[in-house]
Structures are given as structure tokens and as C-alpha cells.
Design a protein around this ligand. Structure first.
Ligand code: ADP
Ligand code: MG
Length: 917
């Protein structure tokens, strides 16, 4: 964990090449006193390094002496009477010295539950264990050389940064203002006797040779590994007493020097033993609370308390820390209280507890396996992979076994007989562990570029090139001493030459000294110049770097703004996509609704069409039925009427016969009387004057007929006699107004209604029949009674004679159209082909002519005409009028209204809205 930036991290492979010194893992054994004196003891301390285990009596008896006494040797064995301070001096002290010397250390306690691991590590009030004593020794040693708070700052990557004095001061002020409220409980905690009594001032230990040219700072962290999960015990998570949240586990990471560390673990800077222990105690309390809340067994978790010592050299003045991260040294000591090593069956754990126990045992098992593999690799020269990663504990401490660091283990044993079998396992592990060697940490004194006094003393580099000052000294020393120059004897001629010689020699030496001095001065000068140029080049380099840095900064800023812009854009696009999505959804919904509607309508249309077809068929059937029925009915009525009329005729004939007989009898030479244009009532009155038993008037009235005999050819036979008249009458087939039969070849009789006058209306007009006053009527040479007049060349039947009679010519090829307006012509004789018989009975003729209109629809034309008698006795039709019946679809806009008949404005045109063809 000793950080030197820029240094290649040490790898196991590299280490093998150079012949690095290794030390075995230091394993110590501590025997705790028996709980009660009368308990059976199965451990005996043979020497200061050896113990002997003997099976308890019960077990021996059971297993037939299978168990023998076994001896185990350790680096040192601490008996039941060993005090905490004694143990610390042997086990802990060296680790603290190493810590201050920038060497890492790992100290753990191993043993079954109740064997005294926690007692050894933490201790009890008044008998502080390794942990509080380590803290105490550390602070005793570095106390006065500690930095102010927040000068060092963890960088979250297992490294340390240096803050400037000003930044540190600002942060201190900030924290002070934040913590001003919580200061009171902290001071109260200090008064906690549990903490206060841990270390007594009498036992104070101290490292003597602490480098005073460095500054120090201590950071502590405290984690718990439970069920192979790492929990930070110093994390300041808000505690909810009602619904306590389960603690969040942490993960292990490897820093840039391949050292393992707990990511995001809280590291608290502490400045005194009390403060550090207070932090530890806080974690301990948290651990206890978590154990209670989560119903965990404290002996099942591993706890790791880490002391991190950060040191950095002072500057040349020795006042401030050298602001160079590369000069920061971090070393750490991990104090580990492992979980109880007993096997699962001993705790009789069940369910999740069993699984947890399995995991805990698993991590201890992994520790054991790692040790075994390491030992094998070291002894047999193999290169097997050590399964550090199989558990969090071994993974976290991998670097201690792989890299550098002192590892020490205190194996705690309870000599009671119950623990015998577990203790044997512990002993085996302990024995095996001490055969594992870990690389010895190398001395790495702090060496700043221009740091502190110590550095000044130790400095090397270019200054070594300066000539040895001893040489100068030697020269100075080699200056010959000036001999006594007091002339007492004028005859002394030796003294002066000797003096001259000495002085000359001195002069020479002086010259040499000057030369030497000049040379040295020159060297120093040139070195200084060199140094200057180096400095300036460094300055230039720094300047370059700074400018590059600022450029990069600018680029970063611009990229950040670009990122922000893009983020905004992406947000707006997302929003738009959202909206579009919603719109699409809406449209899809609409589409679905419309489709559904369309389907429903289609369905309805189909249904209506089929309904219509059905109705059509039904109607056609009905029409045919009705037609047949009516035809039959008509036939029946005609027959009935014919019969009735025949009967009547017969009666009349009888009466006439009688009358004839009377007339013939009474006045045989009487001339026939010409009937006058008198009303029937008058006639009746005239007739009633006759003395006949059967008055004629009565007869005529009963028949309801005016008889008009017209002759087209015999105008000369002017006044036929009544008898002849009657005889002719007798020959006539009786007809009614509806079916006037024409006898070809006989004089044409015509029954007709009287002239339009009040008295005849009841007889001539029928219900529903239109009275169509014919303008031609007065000009028509109608002959009433026995008026024998020539027929008009183009004779037209009078309308006044009981309404118009129509020949309704409907060709059989015609189709039935379903127009609402249908020609209904009363008094019509329906024919499919026109014949003379029908024409002779009617005045009007209509032809129902169907043709296809230009729009493809059926157009029915009613071509109307008048029926005339021709001179040759035939019938002629003069067409006068056309009515058109047509259906149009209202949705066909291009269709023009067409006039069906030019002559007739009252054209019958019908439009059908609902039914389209
Ligand atoms: P572990 O942590 O191994 O489960 P503990 O350290 O909690 O065991 O020790 C269990 C009990 O035994 C504690 O009450 C402790 O005070 C006591 N104990 C352990 N070792 C010693 C010792 N060397 N001297 C006196 N008491 C001890
Ligand atoms: Mg314990």
C-alpha cells in the first residue's frame, strides 16, 4: 500500500526475479485462562514457543487412546498470565514502528469463539488490547509532527491528495460550522469510561526515531465482513429507529497500483488516540446494533480496523508540507478480528444461520487454502494460482501475501476440554501458516526534491560532483608551518633561507588552494548555471503543460456545452417522439373505430340488401297471387253479371213479348214513335200515360239504358218501326257499360251516358271516374234515341258516356319496376297485344313502352292516344301524349333532368332516394 506514483506496481512475478528477502508469517499463540478453575484443561505450555495439547479424559476414554499429546511451536506463546501490554510489546510494537517507516502491516486474531480474539484485539476497560495500544503508540510517536486537519484528503481511489494550507483551513472552518451542533455529545462520549480506561498512561509506548522532517496524519476506517458482504461501520447513514434500513454492502476495488481497497469506504482523519478510539467505538456500537436488529451473531463476522498513516516531507524551510502528491507516502496497518473458526455443527445453526455460518467458514477455509497454496508455491517452487478472490477477506488482504507487508497472527486458544477438537484444527492452521513466507518490506525513506533538514543532509545528485572539501582541508593542513623567524644571532645565515623556502612552499600551496578553490567555484558556477537552465527548461515545460492544460480545459468546457446542447436536443426529440406516439395511437384508435363502423355498416347493408331481395320476392309472389286472385274474381263477377244480365234480358224479352202481344193486339197499324231528347223521367211520364198493363216507362227505367242506334251506312232508312227496333234490340247481346260488345256487321249501338246534366249524373257517372269535359263533345254528332245520323268521318267516342275507357296495352316483355307512381287506369282493358275487339270497346289507348335510358335505367313511357273508328269499320289510334316514368339516383350529379314529354308539362317523374340501381 505504500504509494509512489509513477512507480510500476510490484507484481509477484517481478519479485521472484530479484532475490527479495522474505519473512515467515509471524504466528503467536495466546492461551486464555480457564473460565472456572475446576474446568478440565487440555493445553499445556511447554516453553515460551511450544504448547502441548492433550485430549480431555472423556474423549481419550471414548476413543481408546486414539488421541496422543501433540506439540505445536510458534514464534512465541503467551500463557494465561500474559498481560495486554506484554503481548503488545511483542506483537504490536514492531508493526507500529514499521507503519511509521512506511511499511504495511496486517495483524489478525484467529481462533474459536470465546478463545479471546476480541479480548486480544480490543481488550476490556483497563486492559486495552492491541488496537487501542497501537493507536496510543502511534499518536505518542507522531503527535507533534501531525499536520493540521484536511491537509491530506482521501481521493476515493485509495490515494491521498494534498490540499493547500488555505484550502485546508477553509474546509476546517466549514466542518466546524457544520459540526458545532453535534459537538456536545462527542465530548460526552469522551467521558465514556469504556473508552477512557482502555489505555493507562503508564503503559505509554513510543517510537523514538520518527522522522521530524515529515508531516503525518492518521486516517481510520472500520469495516465488517459478514456473510461475505462488506459493510462500512463508520458510514454516516441516517438511522431510522422505526423502520431501520439494512446496511448497504460495499465492493472491493483495485487501485492503480493493484492494491485492493473497499470502494467508498469512510476514512476519518483522527488526531489523537481518544478520537481514534471514539471512532472505533462508534463503529463497534453500530455493529452491535446491526447484529441485534438483523439477529446476527457477532462471532460470525470479521471486523477490520485500518490505520492509515499518511506522511509527506516538509519543504526546505521545514514549515510547510511539500505540495507534491508524488511525495506523499501512505502506509497502513490492518487490525483484523476474525470470526470464530469453529465448524458449523458446533453452533447447531439452522437455515439461513447455517448458510451464513457456511459462508463464514468458507472465508476462513479460503484463508486456509490460500495459505496452503502459498506455502506449496514457496516450498516446491510451483506457481499455482492462489484463490484469494474466493472470499472477501482473502481478496482484501491479497496484497499482504503477494506484495509487501508484515503479517502477524495471534492464535487464541481456550484450554478448556470442550474446545479441544476445534483447537486442534486451529493449531494445524497456525502451524501451516507460519510456514508461509511473505516478502519483507523494504526500507523506503522519504526523499523529497528539496524537503526538510533530513533531506538536506541526505541529499545526493549533482552536488556529489563537487570536489571533496577534505581535499581542500588537506591542502590547508599541508601548508608548512612557518619556522621561528626571530633573528637572535646575526651570524645565523640559515634561518632566512629556510624561511624563504617555507614561505615559497606556502606560497605554492596557497596558489594550489586558490586554484582548487577557483576550480570548485567554477564547477559550482557551471552546476548552478546547469541547474538554472534545468529549472528554466522545467519552467518552460511547466508553462507548456499549463498552456496545454488550459487548452484542454477549454476543449472540455466546449465539449460539455456541446453535451448539454445535445442532451437538451435529445430531450426535445424525446418529447416530440412522445407526442407523435400519442398522435399515432389516437389515429390508430380512430382508424379502428372507423373500420369497425364500416364493418357494421357493410353488414347492415348486406342485411338490408338481402331483406330487400326477400321482400321483393315476397312482393312479386304477392303481386302474382293478387293478380291471379283478381283475375279469377273478375272472371267470376263477369260471369255472374253475364248470368244476371241474361236473366234480366230473358225477363225483358218475356215482358217485351208480352208488350208486343199487347201492342199487336190493341193497335196493329200504329206508327212507331220517334223517341225525343227527353229525360228518362219525361219519357217515363209519357209512357205512363199509356194504358198498358206493363208501362214502358217502367221497363225503360228498369233497364237503365238509353238506346241510341246509329247507322253509318243506312241514312235513308229514316224511321224504323218500334217493332223493328225491338226486334233489333232483341238480337243484341245484352251489354253493360263496362263491356260493350260490338257486333260486327250489325248496326253499331252505343250505350252512353246522357249529356252532362244534373239528372243523368247519378246514372252515367261512376265513383272514382273523372269527369273530363271534352271540348269536342258538343261538336260530336251524337245521336240519342233513334236518331239515325251519319257518323263523323273520324269518329271519336264521347267522354261523357260513362268516362273514358282505356285499352291498357302492356307488352309481355315489360318488366315490373318498383316506382311509387304506377299508372292505375280504371275502366281499362288490359291487353298484352292490342286487338280490334278491345279497341272497339274503348275510347283511349295507352301503350306502356319500356326502354333503356342513357343512364342505364329503365324508363317507362306511357304513349297515349285516342281510338277512332275508321270508315272501313276498323279502329285507328291517334297518339296524342307521352308520359314518362323514370327513376333517378340523387347521387349521380351528372344526370340531366330530361323532359319526358314536350307536350305534357305535368310529366310524371319520380325520384327514389333510398333505393339506387
Ligand atoms: P472471542 O472474541 O474469541 O469470541 P472474547 O475475546 O470475547 O472471545 O473472550 C471471551 C471472554 O473471555 C471475554 O469475556 C474475555 O474477557 C475473556 N478472556 C479472553 N481472553 C482472556 C485473557 N487472556 N485474560 C482474561 N480474560 C480473557
Ligand atoms: Mg470476538
Amino acid at each position: 500500500f505504500t504509494d509512489r506514483k509513477g512507480k510500476t506496481p510490484r507484481r509477484p512475478g517481478q519479485r521472484k526475479q530479484c532475490n527479495i528477502e522474505k519473512d515467515p508469517v509471524g504466528v503467536y499463540c495466546r492461551i486464555r485462562p480457564l473460565g472456572t478453575e475446576d474446568e478440565e484443561c487440555c493445553i499445556e505450555m511447554i516453553s515460551s514457543s511450544t504448547i502441548q495439547l492433550h485430549a480431555p479424559d472423556g474423549l481419550k476414554a471414548n476413543r481408546n487412546g486414539e488421541y496422543k499429546e501433540t506439540q505445536y511451536s510458534f514464534k512465541k506463546v503467551f500463557g494465561v498470565n500474559t498481560t495486554q501490554i506484554e503481548l503488545f510489546e511483542d506483537v504490536g510494537k514492531l508493526l507500529i514502528e514499521d507503519l511509521i517507516q512506511c511499511k504495511n502491516g496486517l495483524l489478525f486474531t484467529y481462533g474459536v469463539t470465546g478463545s479471546g480474539k476480541t479480548y486480544t484485539m480490543t481488550g476490556s476497560p483497563g486492559e486495552g488490547g492491541l488496537l487501542p495500544r497501537s493507536l496510543d503508540m502511534l499518536f505518542n510517536s507522531i503527535g507533534p509532527f501531525q499536520t493540521k486537519r484536511f491537509v491530506f484528503k482521501p481521493d476515493d481511489k485509495n490515494g491521498m491528495e494534498i490540499q493547500s494550507q488555505v484550502d485546508a483551513l477553509l474546509e476546517r472552518q466549514k466542518r466546524d460550522s457544520q459540526q458545532s451542533v453535534s459537538k456536545i455529545p462527542s465530548s460526552r462520549q469522551k467521558a465514556d469510561p469504556e473508552i477512557a480506561d482502555m489505555i493507562s498512561s503508564d503503559d505509554a509506548c513510543k517510537v523514538e526515531n520518527v522522522d521530524e522532517d515529515s508531516c503525518y496524519s492518521v486516517f481510520v476506517s472500520y469495516i465488517e465482513i459478514y456473510n461475505n458482504y462488506i459493510y462500512d461501520l463508520l458510514e454516516d447513514a441516517p438511522f431510522d429507529p422505526i423502520r431501520p434500513k439494512p446496511p448497504q454492502s460495499k465492493i472491493l476495488r483495485e487501485d492503480q497500483n493493484h492494491n485492493m481497497y473497499v470502494a467508498g469506504c469512510t476514512e476519518i482523519e483522527v488526531k489523537s488516540t481518544e478520537e481514534a478510539f471514539e471512532v472505533f467505538w462508534k463503529g463497534q456500537k453500530k455493529r452491535r446494533i446491526a447484529n441485534t436488529q438483523l439477529n446476527r451473531e457477532s462471532s460470525r463476522s470479521h471486523s477490520v480496523f485500518t490505520l492509515k498513516l499518511v506522511q509527506a516531507p516538509l519543504d526546505a524551510d521545514g514549515d510547510h508540507i511539500l505540495q507534491d502528491k508524488n511525495q506523499v507516502n501512505v502506509s497502513q496497518l490492518c487490525l483484523v478480528d476474525l470470526a470464530g473458526s469453529e465448524r458449523t455443527n458446533r453452533t447447531r445453526a439452522e437455515g439461513s444461520r447455517l448458510r451464513e455460518a457456511g459462508n463464514i467458514n468458507q472465508s476462513l477455509m479460503t484463508l486456509r487454502t490460500c495459505m496452503e497454496v502459498l506455502r506449496e508455491n514457496q516450498m516446491c517452487g510451483t506457481n499455482k494460482m492462489v484463490p484469494y478472490r474466493d472470499s472477501k477477506v482473502t481478496h482484501l488482504f491479497k496484497n499482504y501475501f503477494d506484495g509487501e507487508g508484515k503479517v502477524r497472527m495471534v492464535v487464541c486458544v481456550n484450554p478448556k476440554a470442550d474446545d479441544y477438537e476445534e483447537t486442534i484444527q486451529v493449531m494445524r492452521f497456525a502451524e501451516m501458516t507460519q510456514e508461509v513466507e511473505v516478502p519483507r518490506p523494504v526500507d523506503r525513506p522519504i526523499c523529497g526534491v528539496a524537503a526538510g533538514r533530513r533531506h538536506r543532509n541526505q541529499r545526493g545528485g549533482p552536488f556529489n560532483a563537487v570536489r571533496d572539501p577534505a581535499q581542500l582541508n588537506h591542502l590547508i593542513e599541508s601548508l608548512p608551518a612557518i619556522p621561528p623567524c626571530e633573528l637572535v644571532d646575526p651570524a645565523d645565515d640559515q634561518m632566512l633561507p629556510r624561511l624563504i623556502e617555507v614561505l615559497q612552499r606556502r606560497h605554492h600551496t596557497r596558489q594550489m588552494i586558490i586554484e582548487e578553490f577557483n576550480k570548485t567555484a567554477n564547477t559550482v558556477n557551471s552546476m548552478l548555471q546547469q541547474f538554472d537552465s534545468q529549472l528554466s527548461s522545467k519552467g518552460n515545460f511547466l508553462h507548456d503543460q499549463q498552456s496545454k492544460l488550459s487548452e484542454k480545459d477549454k476543449v472540455i468546457v466546449s465539449q460539455k456545452t456541446e453535451i448539454e446542447r445535445l442532451e437538451k436536443k435529445s430531450k426535445t426529440l424525446e418529447y416530440k417522439i412522445d407526442i407523435l406516439q400519442k398522435t399515432t395511437d389516437m389515429y390508430e384508435q380512430d382508424k379502428r373505430t372507423l373500420q369497425h363502423e364500416l364493418e357494421t355498416r357493410d353488414h347492415r347493408l348486406h342485411r338490408e340488401l338481402s331483406d330487400r331481395r326477400r321482400i321483393e320476392q315476397h312482393m312479386q309472389g304477392m303481386v302474382t297471387d293478387t293478380r291471379l286472385k283478381w283475375e279469377k274474381e273478375c272472371e267470376r263477377r263477369v260471369n255472374a253479371k253475364q248470368l244476371e244480365m241474361q236473366n234480366k234480358l230473358w225477363v225483358k224479352d218475356e215482358k217485351l213479348k208480352q208488350l208486343k202481344a199487347i201492342v199487336t193486339e190493341s193497335s196493329p197499324a200504329q206508327r212507331p214513335e220517334r223517341p225525343t231528347r227527353e229525360r228518362d223521367g219525361n219519357i217515363a211520364q209519357k209512357r205512363s200515360a199509356s194504358p198498358s198493363p206493363l208501362p214502358v216507362s217502367h221497363l225503360l227505367l228498369n233497364t237503365n239504358w238509353f238506346v241510341s242506334v246509329t247507322s253509318s251506312s243506312t241514312s235513308s232508312s229514316a224511321y224504323p218501326s218500334v217493332a223493328s227496333c225491338i226486334s233489333k234490340w232483341e238480337q243484341r247481346v245484352p251489354v253493360d257499360s263496362r263491356s260493350q260488345a260490338r257486333q260486327p256487321g250489325t248496326p253499331q249501338y252505343r250505350t252512353q251516358t246522357p249529356a252532362p246534366c244534373q239528372s243523368t249524373s247519378s246514372m252515367g257517372r261512376r265513383k272514382g271516374q273523372r269527369w273530363a269535359p271534352d271540348t269536342e263533345a258538343p261538336t260530336t254528332p251524337l245521336v240519342y234515341g233513334l236518331n239515325l245520323e251519319a257518323v263523323h268521318p273520324i269518329h271519336r267516342r264521347s267522354h261523357s258516356a260513362g268516362g273514358e275507357k282505356w285499352v291498357d296495352h302492356k307488352p309481355s316483355s315489360n318488366l315490373d319496376v318498383d316506382t311509387v307512381m304506377q299508372p292505375i287506369i280504371p275502366n281499362a282493358i288490359k291487353v298484352s297485344t292490342p286487338n280490334e275487339k278491345a279497341l272497339s270497346k274503348c275510347h283511349k289507348y295507352v301503350l306502356r313502352h319500356q326502354e333503356l335510358a342513357s343512364d342505364g335505367e329503365i324508363e317507362t313511357k306511357l304513349i297515349k292516344g285516342n281510338v277512332f273508328k275508321t270508315r272501313g269499320g276498323g279502329q285507328a289510334v291517334q297518339f296524342t301524349d307521352i308520359e314518362t316514368l323514370r327513376q333517378e339516383c340523387p347521387t349521380a350529379p351528372s344526370r340531366k333532368r330530361r323532359s319526358g314529354s314536350a307536350e305534357r308539362p305535368a310529366q310524371l317523374e319520380e325520384t327514389e332516394n333510398t333505393v339506387s340501381y
